[in-house]
Design a protein around this ligand. Sequence first.
Ligand code: COA
Length: 333
Amino acid sequence: MKSLMIQGAKILSTGSAIPSSSFSNNEISKFVDTSDEWIVTRTGIKERRLLQGIDKSIIDLAVLASKKALDKISMDPSQIDLIILATSSPHDLFGSASKVQYQIGALNAVAFDLTAACSGFVLSLVTAFQFLQTGAYSNVLVVGADVLSKWVDWSDRSTCILFGDAAGAAILQSCSSIDNSILNFQLNTDGNYSKHLSIAYQHNITPHSNLNLYQGSFKYISMNGKEVYKFAVFQVPLSILKCLNSVNMSVEEVDWLVLHQANERILTAIAEKLSISSNKIISNLRKYGNTSAASIPLALDEAIQEDKISHNDIVIIAGFGAGLTWGTIIVRW
Ligand code: COA
């Protein structure tokens, strides 16, 4: 992170929302050839929440998570200057953030979507930080929300067991640079490996007869699990170390590791590579599976509610996923 910091930023509040319907591994095993034992051993996931109902979308979850974050600090939504909605499962390809803006009553806020799959919350937090650092805005709402259940092939046992639906929100506020709590960030992308995890566009075989235009739709999630696993376990520790080193911090100073909740084995392997005790890993994927852009804010919100993270703790937030994209943020809570 190279910065000409005018202002600092701090995270004032968090909120989260999950669908009410929970589905266990045993229920999934009724329609694909899998078992609770296989899923728990390979991923650590026991159950996931899925958004049911024809008229339900990420907007419902994003609105609920945002309202909870606002209520916690009794902030009037009109004080929000900017909303960034991290999602890869929007309700509208033109964007869903404006609907969140309207539904929470943040009528002074500009709002846009940011698409970066499971790294979406990290990239959105860093984007929000830029607007706060320059003094352009005072209050920013960052929401991570995904309903990948709409994009999973429910007959593909290698992917359908992994994902769940949720939303998480964080409200950031500008502050003096002395009080800044976003200590550093480190971001990466390698498009060469995008084929390993995608929801690709697929066009029709025959073009529109007069215009030679191909139209189509999106496919289901396709994933090379082994490659994604290797990538995460190799690249994420390097990103965390680079991020710490460039501000002369050591892994010993880290109090909490809030990683994208993809797979328990990935979380443990990353912590082991960094020699960080497993007690410092925040993990909730047993209950929710991989909720994509929502996973980090959902885990943060739960950890705060459970009084795990305290004032002044050093929290490493690291996301990784399709793109491939990955990155780290160091926060002094
Ligand atoms: N239930 C039972 N068996 C399954 C299964 C399931 N749900 N999914 C796959 N299998 C089978 C495979 O068909 C394969 O069988 P075979 O040996 O007869 O061919 C066997 O289990 C091993 O499959 P493999 O893909 O090698 O398993 P794995 O140990 O790599 O675990 C993942 C699979 C998906 C759990 C693991 O690769 C992973 O977590 N990768 C990262 C995925 C991820 O986090 N993605 C999101 C990143 S943001």
